[in-house]
Ligand binder design. Sequence first.
Ligand code: ADP
Ligand code: MG
Length: 236
Amino acid sequence: MLDVNDAVVRYGAITALHGISFNVQQGEIVTLLGANGAGKSTTLRMLSGLHAPASGQILFEGQDVTHTKAHDFSQLGISHVPEGRRIFPQMSVEENLEMGAFNRRGSTSDDRDKMYVTFPILKERRKQLGSNLSGGEQQMLAIARALMARPRLLLLDEPSMGLAPMIVEMIFGIIGEIRDAGTTVLVVEQNASQALRLADRGYVMENGRIVFGDLAKNLLHDERVRAVYLGESVES
Ligand SMILES: Nc1ncnc2c1ncn2[C@@H]1O[C@H](COP(=O)(O)OP(=O)(O)O)[C@@H](O)[C@H]1O
Ligand SMILES: [Mg+2]
């Protein structure tokens, strides 16, 4: 579904991605793991058109999207839930959901109702402002808003960030349901143990490079992952 080939991304003189290659197959949950600064968010921003690669290629469903602009990406079928959620604080839950469907014509109320089935708490809070939601509710709203665009590929940037373990468990459960309902997922995480228990496959990033990748169940038992990432995720 998605093929990234030797992609280089620079911020001015700084090279954030030094030629990364990886792929995501339709129906999978794939996770990108790595410490702070490894290049995970840059990778997702590249995949939503916010930072075009200086070189390399991105193929989505066989189409070359390397130089597609951000506002065209949601039309392609890719939605991005950015780091820190970025919901609209001064809009209600319902209005935030509507914003997610900006690229679509016609009625969106069926989609909204579907989101309220997946996320019942958002239905209860539908008239409340985004700023009045808890962190977990904001994360759910950010995910639901992204789903309103009916993506085939959902990009999630650290959905567990700052959330209590019970809430993380719940959100990861929902990510599994989203995949089961037919949306492919690429999820970036520092919380390696949670992410690997959810994902089919994973890649490990260090300093702007993908250092290895494998089936998630193999990575969970990989000494390198256990030493660095599982240890780290317990502390953080
Ligand atoms: N807007 C930016 N300008 C300059 N450097 C940046 C910018 N955003 C990220 N970087 C640098 O790019 C590298 C990768 O960052 P990022 O993709 O945010 O990592 P991660 O999400 O894995 O924590 C880091 O060294 C970071 O300092
Ligand atoms: Mg990041």
